[in-house]
Design a protein around this ligand. Structure first.
Ligand code: FEO
Ligand code: CA
Ligand code: CA
Length: 630
């Protein structure tokens, strides 16, 4: 591990420390078993060249050379290892919102010595920017954006050794996570927050929200403070995002397990706590200062997290809704698409080594202007099963198939998916649906555990199988799986699949670990994570991987954003992030002339320069000639 500081660990690294892999996978041992790179790819990366994906050449208007070579209107950039952001020639970037920037004029500016005060902590832009979406509310542009977790050494710089020392420290951290709703506008100096906009809002780990769907009111959701099991305080570890056609935001609760601990070191944890990674020690010592997070005091509180939460960005007084019908797991994002018959389809990944991909299909249909309140509460949840013949199926998680009641399926969704034999995946991160072709993509970021004899926490095997979307043991690079639903209908139960790209390093490996044929020296990356299609059908890929630029990762540099053309398989590098950062979250201005990109947890004094605190930041990227960027 390149950085031993706990506060700098990713959630996967932190989880791995809490729950080391059952079996160490010898990297070299798996290489012998792998079929040749060319042979494998001949069979698996199959859809690309024949795909009929058209668009009008966004990013257009650049050099004729670039135009004829690809649909990308930029010259790809090299890797970087420095502390700032780089974009192609002819493009510029600027910060829009940094952790600690006031949303309201009564909030204090961030101090370099004491960061954000507890009193201002729910009045400022939160920490660790992640998924985000743009909404137009009465002609005003509103970005709704997640704040995934915190970095205690930067957030509490006055405390020795990153320690969390008081209830005020905990409250400060709780307030800097959750979601920001902020109006943004472009003026002479570029984009910025509209301070004091009546649309600005912070949703934190203490904001009241309603529980809806099959788990609402279930005994497992009842606590002393909420005997009805229908009102929860807060949302947490908000990772990827989603957007409904009816103008609401979906925020996805990922590593909720890490916020809970026990003041009783002898407390026995149930099997389902183990399945969901709950342990006796929380990452941020909440349990010592806030009894809600103490499993010894409030054993049901964890059942109230791990859901998709819907927020109405047009109404700052609205109560967020936790939609339990979409399942409880480590939700990455929620990609919403409308099926031909009008039903709402939501694709979702569970980001854990060896967990599953899911899909929800509503019972009722969406009609513009019609009622939407039941759409995400009444429907069928499915888990994905991938077959070696490159077909697959969405297996319905019904009481009959799982032996569980509907509420139990909603709460113990991982157990239900195990019961139907869903395929263990290499950490499903974002799902993105192509707007100009009926196909979905999921970033399978990496899986250090995959190997002979390995299993997920539910006991489901995790060995690599060549003809599956997870073909490599000790998968350190990741891949992107693509599926095409039967009959061109995202509500279909079956699909065909292939791999759009398998990341790798052909300068180091000449086997499967060298990656697929669309990987070359000029576009090396590892650990695809955030993904979004632009309006013309180009796939933007953000990374959250190993950025030490050495050994197996040589030539990959800092985390980055690339863009892929689904029709040709071509992938090129568009942006590089500062050292230590993850590039995550992507949305566009209404006129598509600005792209907003999230830079999370830089390990460099970004964006303010030497001697200043590193600040997670949403940046705006534009073309210097004012052209479209997606
Ligand atoms: Fe928050 Fe799986 O990324
Ligand atoms: Ca992610
Ligand atoms: Ca990740």
């Amino acid at each position: 591990m390149k950085d031993e500081k706990i506060s700098h660990l990713s959630w996967d690294e932190w989880d791995e420390l809490q729950r080391p892999a059952a079996e160490t996978v010898e990297f070299d041992a798996v290489v012998e078993a792998a079929i040749s790179r060319r042979g494998f790819l001949g069979g698996v990366v199959a859809f690309g060249s024949g795909a009929a994906v058209m668009g009008t050449g966004i990013l257009s208007g650049t050099s004729a050379e670039a135009q004829t070579a690809s649909r990308f209107g930029f010259n790809p950039i090299p890797i970087q290892t420095d502390g700032t952001v780089h974009v192609p020639e002819g493009y510029s970037w600027q910060p829009v919102a940094r952790w600690g920037d006031p949303l309201f004029s009564d909030a204090e500016e961030l101090s370099q010595e004491t960061a954000v005060s507890v009193g201002s902590s729910d009045r400022v832009f939160g920490e660790n920017t992640d998924g985000m979406e743009t909404f137009i509310v009465n002609g005003r542009q509103v970005i709704t954006v997640n704040h995934e977790y915190v970095n205690t050494d930067e957030n509490l710089p006055q405390n020795p050794e990153d320690e969390i020392l008081s209830a005020d420290d905990v409250l400060t951290l709780q307030n800097m996570q959750g979601v920001t709703v902020m109006e943004v506008a472009e003026g002479p100096d570029g984009w910025g927050i509209v301070v004091d906009s009546d649309l600005n809002r912070r949703i934190t780990q203490n904001t009241p929200m309603t529980v809806a769907g099959p788990a609402a009111g279930h005994d497992l959701l009842k606590t002393t403070a909420d005997p009805e099991g229908t009102t929860v305080l807060g949302t947490m570890n908000n990772c990827g995002s989603g957007k409904t056609p009816w103008g609401t935001y979906l925020t996805c609760e990922e590593n909720f397990n890490g916020y809970f601990g026990s003041t009783d070191a002898a407390l026995e944890l149930s099997d389902d706590f183990e399945r969901y990674g709950l342990g006796l020690e929380g990452r941020y010592a909440y349990e010592k200062f806030d009894a809600r997070f103490d499993l010894a005091e409030n054993p049901n509180e964890p059942y109230r997290f791990g859901y998709i939460v819907e927020i109405d960005p047009s109404d700052p007084t609205s109560t967020p809704i936790k939609h339990t019908a979409l399942g409880r797991f480590k939700h990455e994002n929620a990609e919403v698409v409308i099926a031909p018959d009008g039903r709402v389809v939501v694709y979702m990944g569970d980001d854990e080594r060896g967990e599953f991909m899911y899909k929800f299909v509503s019972t009722s249909v969406y009609t513009p202007g019609g009622p939407t309140s039941e759409l995400l509460d009444d429907g069928q949840l499915y888990a994905a099963k991938f077959n070696a013949d490159m077909t697959g199926e969405w297996v319905a998680l019904t009481p009959e198939a799982t032996g569980m009641e509907a509420a139990e399926i909603a709460i113990m969704t991982r157990v239900a998916a195990s019961a139907v034999g869903a395929t263990t995946m290499d950490r499903p991160e974002w799902v993105a649906v192509n707007p100009v072709a009926v196909e979905g993509y999921c970033a399978l970021t990496n899986n250090s555990d995959r190997g002979e004899g390995a299993a997920n926490e539910g006991g489901d095997a995790m060995v690599a199988v060549a003809d599956t979307p997870n073909p490599r043991n000790a998968n350190e690079y990741g891949q992107i799986v693509r599926w095409r639903p039967a009959d061109g209908d995202h509500a279909s139960d079956t699909f065909d699949w292939d791999l759009y790209v398998m990341a790798g390093n052909p300068t180091v490996h000449d086997d499967l670990y060298g990656g697929s044929e669309n990987i070359k020296e000029g576009n090396l990356f590892n650990s695809p994570d955030g993904m979004a299609f632009d309006s013309t059908g180009l796939l933007w890929i953000q990374t959250d991987g190993d950025d030490d630029n050495e050994g197996d990762f040589a030539g990959m540099g800092n985390n980055q954003m690339l863009v892929g053309d689904p029709a040709t398989g071509q992938i090129e590098r568009f942006l590089t992030g500062p050292k230590g950062s993850e590039v995550t979250g992507l949305t566009w201005s209404a006129d598509r002339k600005t792209m907003f990109v999230g830079i999370q947890h830089p390990d460099a004094p970004f964006p303010d320069g030497e001697g200043m605190l590193p600040r997670s930041t949403v940046i705006a990227v534009k073309r210097d000639d004012g052209g479209l960027v997606g």
